[in-house]
Design a binder for this molecule. Structure first.
Ligand SMILES: [Zn+2]
Length: 111
């Protein structure tokens, strides 16, 4: 990977971390509201359960992504950054720009 590409990726990761942190804050706020909101008033019990499950799922996914992005940002200067951990080939930069937290190439991801 070229130096300029690495720099661009580092910026991308930093901005993605900012975004995912904002998303976590929004979902945590929603979780807070949902826990205060009892059933039977604005929502029925079923809707309430569904809303909570969706919220929990999104929060969990955002936290997982945040961890992966943090890991990627720490690893970006490592010589093996951007190398697929299964086939050990370089992951195309376009794919890394799309998904900087990935540790697999498209081929290995599909297997
Ligand atoms: Zn691979």
């Amino acid at each position: 990977m070229k130096k300029a590409e690495r720099k661009k990726l580092a910026e991308k990761i930093a901005s993605e971390i900012g975004e995912v942190k904002r998303l976590i804050a929004v979902q945590e706020e929603a979780a807070n509201l949902l826990s205060k909101e009892g059933s039977g008033r604005r929502f029925g019990l079923k809707e309430m359960i569904k809303a909570r499950a969706t919220n929990e799922g999104e929060l969990r996914a955002a936290k997982v992504r945040s961890n992966k992005l943090e890991r990627a940002s720490k690893k970006i200067d490592d010589p093996d950054f951007g190398i697929c951990f299964i086939c050990e080939q370089a992951i195309p930069v376009a794919r890394l720009m799309e998904m900087p937290e990935t540790t697999r190439c498209i081929k290995c991801e599909g297997e």
